[in-house]
Write a protein that binds this ligand. Structure first.
Ligand code: PMV
Length: 332
């Protein structure tokens, strides 16, 4: 009863911002992402007969109570499906530098869902895995698949129609995504708290909901046409609009740092210099930059020398979930 799976993290091009159900992680709006190739989580789940409680080892260290509880609550859904109450040893290796400002929860819960289902021989398809991964972290629903992925919000109360689906594989449009680190401290407001406060207090949130579907339609059309300029423009506008909803929250949420603005302004200048390059920013200060592979080196060189930039990670579209054969069935 042991299995190992790996999931890559993803970056949203059209953001998920706001929940309609806090328990089931049901989103207010549909979203779209690219799964990346560089940052991933590999997780082994082993269910054991005589284990009194779940054990969670993250990067070789025993995790604290809060993180272990999150894992246990997540695994309970799988235990319920097979009607067994076996506890598990969960071993995760996270190749997502938290310092890169990339959410490790997306790859973390996608890998955990895949490994737990396989360990219990649940035989789930990717859609069912996406529904389960979503309940650990919304963005994890998209990391089941590679390339360009849409998470359809769904309308059902039980969330069974809220899952991701692939729209273009990682080989079909090899864009460059540069993850620009301007700040490595952990953020003070989690995305969970940030979106909740925005939904409850921001007068700009209705404007987000009124326009995000159209942003998604434009982005999907741009992907279909492989029109990079069309995609870049809507991606950048959508990210700025999400942050604008947060500026209107009470108390306001500002994830940006001076380095964030420095990168944004340099990108706008690069565009004036004739390079097609666009940015997006999640619930944090770091910037993800999209460009065409032929401009990657120039954009990389321009951004690394900015005083506010600590590091630039160069990524490309990556694959969905992969499984590893179990070499040893350790006793427990
Ligand atoms: O699913 P979470 O809790 O990692 O929230 C993700 C929120 C954003 O990164 C800002 C947007 C997104 O769609 O990934």
């Amino acid at each position: 009863m042991k299995a190992t799976a790996r999931a890559n993290t993803n970056i949203a091009l059209i953001k998920y911002w706001g929940k309609r159900d806090e328990t089931l992680f049901l989103p207010m709006n549909s979203s779209l992402s690219i799964t990346l190739d560089k940052f991933y989580t590999t997780t082994t789940v082993q269910f054991c007969k005589d284990l009194p409680s779940d054990i969670f080892l993250l990067n070789g260290c025993l995790a604290g109570e809060t993180d272990t509880l999150k894992i246990s609550i997540f695994l309970d859904r799988f235990r319920k499906m097979v009607g067994e109450n076996l506890k598990a040893i969960v071993t995760s290796i996270n190749k997502v530098p938290t310092a890169a400002g990339l959410a490790s929860s997306a790859s973390g819960f996608a890998a955990l869902a895949a490994a737990a289902a396989k360990a219990l021989r649940l035989n789930l398809d990717k859609q069912e895995l996406s529904v389960l991964a979503r309940q650990g972290s919304g963005s994890a629903s998209r990391s089941i698949y590679g390339g360009f992925v849409e998470w359809q919000k769904g309308i059902k109360e039980d969330g069974t129609d809220s899952f991701a689906k692939p729209i273009l594989s990682e080989q079909e449009w090899p864009l460059s995504v540069l993850s620009v680190l301007v700040e490595s401290d952990q953020k003070i407001i989690s995305s969970r708290e940030g979106m909740k406060r925005t939904v409850e207090t921001s007068p700009f949130y209705p404007g987000w909901l009124d326009t995000v579907d159209q942003d998604l339609t434009i982005a999907k059309e741009a992907i279909k046409l492989r029109n990079f300029e069309m995609l870049g423009k809507i991606v950048e506008a959508n990210a700025l609009k999400m942050h604008a909803t947060m500026f209107g929250a009470t108390p306001p949420i500002i994830y940006w740092k001076s380095g964030t603005l420095e990168v944004m302004q340099r990108i706008q200048k690069l565009r004036l210099e004739g390079i097609q390059v666009y940015f997006t920013i999640d619930a944090g200060p770091n910037v993800k930059v999209l460009c065409l592979p032929e401009d990657e080196q120039r954009v990389y060189e321009t951004l690394t020398i900015l005083p506010g930039v600590q590091h630039v990670f160069v990524c490309h579209p990556g694959s969905g979930i992969i499984y590893f054969p179990d070499t040893r069935e350790s006793k427990c």
